[in-house]
Design a binder for this molecule. Structure first.
Ligand code: NAD
Length: 262
């Protein structure tokens, strides 16, 4: 199948590693021009690796997605470099783990900024350019926690639902501009973020790494965690013109973890 991504301009936020990196790499493999950002110099290494593997045009920008000025700069730099913007993938790091009574008010405010406001601001900044695209799409990366809370992750369980509400509402509000807006709700996908969560569980439970990995995978019908590439394949398809009639979908990529019928 031709995903029709050759020459499309894609901005993937928070993409130095993990799901963002894998998604940017897959877009590059499909011939898209890719802009990526993250806070540290690792973003430059990631860009170099993607160029080396794919030969695609890639720009990397150091930016913090909780900073409105950084987001504006990233969007503007993408447009300046590639002449437009077709696809925006919103992403950030995850919020700290913890239960309600362990988390101070400041942790809630930071998590709202990190998960919700970064998404709001980046979509606001990208919209004027997406409106000029012939095949515009927005993808928000959220979590399976929006379907089913995950233990010890109350910040994610709570605030990501606002991102899902935003995504669904925008899929209706922006449809008249032909901008498709979807979300992927990843389940357990083996990235550095997951390693850290597993370590936090080990500290609480006193169990070994293998025992915690087995416990997390036991609830997954496919019996294992996903890989970043498996996530990225779905993300890239969903954003591509090949999925032109898919809009307003909150798609689980979770090996069947979510047990509900809808
Ligand atoms: P990760 O920690 O491996 O990668 C996060 C990326 O975001 C990194 O490139 C990091 O540099 C960047 N980043 C973090 N904070 C940033 C900021 N303020 N500004 C700019 N860049 C920033 O995480 P991941 O596993 O790839 O997950 C990505 C998102 O998906 C996270 O929000 C995570 O909570 C969520 N998620 C992941 C899983 C999973 O199993 N991996 C499951 C559900 C949800």
């Amino acid at each position: 199948m031709d995903l029709q991504l050759q020459g499309k301009v894609v901005l993937v936020l928070a993409a130095s590693k993990g799901l963002g990196r894998a998604t940017a790499l897959q877009f590059a493999r499909e011939g898209a021009n890719v802009a990526i950002c993250a806070r540290s110099e690792l973003i430059e290494t990631t860009a170099t690796q993607i160029v080396a593997e794919t030969g695609a045009e890639v720009i990397s920008l150091r930016a913090d997605v909780t900073d409105c000025n950084d987001i504006d700069r990233v969007v503007q730099s993408t447009v300046d470099r590639f002449g437009g913007l077709d696809i925006l993938v919103t992403n950030s790091g995850g919020p700290p783990s913890g239960q309600f009574e362990e988390l101070p008010m400041a942790a809630w405010e930071s998590a709202v900024n990190l998960l919700l406001m970064s998404t709001v601001r980046s979509i606001q900044a990208a919209l004027p350019y997406l409106r000029q695209s012939t095949a515009p799409a927005i993808l928000t990366i959220t979590s399976s926690s929006t379907k089913q809370p995950i233990q010890n992750l109350i910040l994610s369980n709570s605030i990501r639902l606002a991102v899902v509400g935003l995504t669904k509402t925008l899929s209706q509000e922006l449809a008249s501009d032909r901008i498709r807006v979807n979300s992927i709700l990843p389940g357990w996908t083996y990235t550095q973020r997951v390693e850290e969560l597993i370590q936090s569980r080990m500290a609480k439970s006193g169990r070994s790494l293998d025992a915690e990995l087995a416990a997390a995978s036991a609830a997954i019908p496919l019996g294992r965690m996903g890989t970043p590439d498996e996530f990225a394949n779905v993300a890239v398809f969903l954003c591509s013109p090949a999925a032109a009639y898919v809009n307003g979908v909150m798609l689980q990529v979770d090996g069947g973890l979510h047990q509900g019928t809808l």
